[in-house]
Ligand binder design. Structure first.
Ligand SMILES: [Zn+2]
Length: 143
């Protein structure tokens, strides 16, 4: 069943038919032939060529192809998003590692500063003690 290209009326039977080997079918390894026909519109008497059998199949194939393309598109988008996310994760992981290293450095710096201060304080204590000794304040300060 085909539609008249001029007026859109459905034409049921072709005036003449012939078959041609279908390339699509040949690719799939099927021995099917595409049947073509000359139709005459009962309404406007226009004559036109159209495929007789493979029409519905072709429409289905087209819709499946469209769907496949759409799925491919969605998959592509997902892959792109995934790639972006992977990149972000990698960047964040690198940043975290760098921060951990920096924290470690700061910790060491703080620790060395603490020990330096402790050493300095001890030295000052000793100095204060020796000054007290020198001035004879030892007994008073000990109380
Ligand atoms: Zn017509």
């Amino acid at each position: 069943m085909v539609k008249c290209p001029k007026c859109g009326k459905e034409v049921l039977t072709p005036v003449k038919t012939w078959s041609i080997p279908s390339r699509k079918a040949a690719k799939k390894g099927e021995e099917r032939k595409l049947v073509m026909g000359i139709f005459e519109c009962s309404s406007c008497k226009a004559r036109f060529r159209a495929a007789v059998t493979a029409e519905i199949e072709t429409e289905e194939t087209v819709s499946v192809k469209n769907m496949v393309e759409r799925i491919k598109g969605i998959k592509g988008e997902l892959m792109h998003t995934l790639k972006n996310l992977r990149g972000k994760i990698k960047t964040l992981e690198t940043e975290r590692a760098n921060l951990m290293i920096e924290i470690g450095k700061l910790k060491k710096m703080a620790e060395s500063k603490v020990s330096a201060l402790e050493g300095e304080v001890n030295m000052l204590r000793e100095e204060v003690g020796s000054l007290r000794d020198l001035l004879g304040y030892t007994e008073e300060s000990e109380k």
